[in-house]
Design a protein around this ligand. Structure first.
Ligand code: SF4
Length: 326
């Protein structure tokens, strides 16, 4: 079926929108007033749309930069989304429970995000940790969004700020054109190859991610290692220990900014919605998981292995660089 691009009238002539239109090479362009008219409609099916993705080009006008719990008490955390939805299709992805639509939304008003980020930095002396990639993979659509060409220079000039660019892609190589800067880390989500093949459809192989890490570290980039989500129904404790050793051994310790580890979990609401739209997704019916404190997570009696993996990490790297994902 022919692809469609919906575009907000207000950004029709925006240079970034024009650039995206050229790259998507699609002649069916429909003007709309606000992306929510299409994206937030009820009675859409995320799974069906994922098989036939259309695109929306828009400007984000509210909730540009949102506070989030930070990994350590020494910093304040924020996230921002230049894009909704993802090129990849992870079986466990919570976006299926968060959004009504799987269409890709590209927000083109990066300068407004930049203003909001600057405003936040001016109001505090505290160190700030900004995350991109909550509602997308930060780099998977880099060739279309050119996210890094605006945000890498922006954060390179800020004080007391860190930008975490999180990805499961090999597109991190795109970052090699920039000089490394201590304000910016590229954080790789890592899982054993068996998990990638079973649950991370379309993402780069483990080897490809590790190779991107190695190239970036050689150029002086600081790297985040994100062992999250741990999927013990698909890979053994030994496979995870091997993964830790392989990843930590592939780049010099001085380039490792931080390591996080976290079990697979979903908010109760997202889990219920995901089960509803995709009753064939066996992962969502795994009986080792249950609801507790508004989360659907591994039952306490099965958490021993996760905790022992955390302990194992502590033997490999200083505790101060490890945090548990919440
Ligand atoms: S890479 Fe992240 S955002 Fe993309 S489908 Fe996977 S979990 Fe979702």
């Amino acid at each position: 079926m022919a692809k469609l691009i919906y575009i907000e009238k207000q950004v029709r002539n925006h240079p970034r929108a024009q650039n995206i239109l050229k790259k998507l090479k699609c002649s069916n362009v429909v003007e709309i007033n606000h992306f929510g008219e299409i994206f937030n409609r009820n009675s859409q099916n995320f799974r069906i749309q994922k098989e036939n993705v259309n695109y929306i080009i828009a400007a984000k006008t509210n909730n540009m930069v949102i506070p989030v719990p930070s990994p350590t008490s020494a910093v304040k955390g924020y996230y921002f989304s230049h894009m909704y939805n993802c090129f990849y299709d992870c079986t466990y992805c919570f976006l299926q429970g968060l959004f009504n639509s799987a269409y890709h939304v590209y927000f083109v008003n990066y300068e407004d995000f930049g203003k909001e980020i600057l405003n936040i930095t001016k109001k505090t002396e505290t160190n700030l940790w900004f995350f991109s990639g909550y509602d997308c993979d930060s780099l998977a659509s880099e060739k279309v969004t050119e996210f890094t060409s605006y945000f890498v220079p922006l954060f390179s000039n800020l004080k007391n700020c860190l930008l975490e660019i999180r990805t499961k892609s090999g597109q991190a190589k795109q970052l090699l054109k920039y000089d490394a800067h201590p304000n910016i880390i590229c954080a790789f989500s890592l899982n054993p190859q068996s998990v990638i093949e079973s649950y991370e459809k379309g993402t780069s192989s483990l080897l490809n991610r590790l190779n991107s890490m190695i190239l970036l570290a050689k150029k002086g980039w600081n790297i985040g290692l994100r062992f999250d989500p741990i999927m013990l129904n698909c890979a053994s404790k030994k496979q995870y220990i091997d993964l830790f050793e392989q990843a930590l051994g592939s780049i010099p310790k001085k380039n490792i900014h931080s390591v996080s580890i976290g079990g697979f979990r979903l908010s109760e609401n997202h889990h219920k919605k995901m089960k509803h739209i995709d009753p064939n997704n066996k992962l969502l019916f795994n009986e080792d998981y249950d609801y507790c404190d508004k989360l659907w997570a591994l039952k306490p009696e099965f958490r021993e292995t996760e905790l022992s993996l955390h302990e194992h990490l502590k033997k490999l790297i200083p505790n101060s660089t490890i945090f548990m994902s919440s």
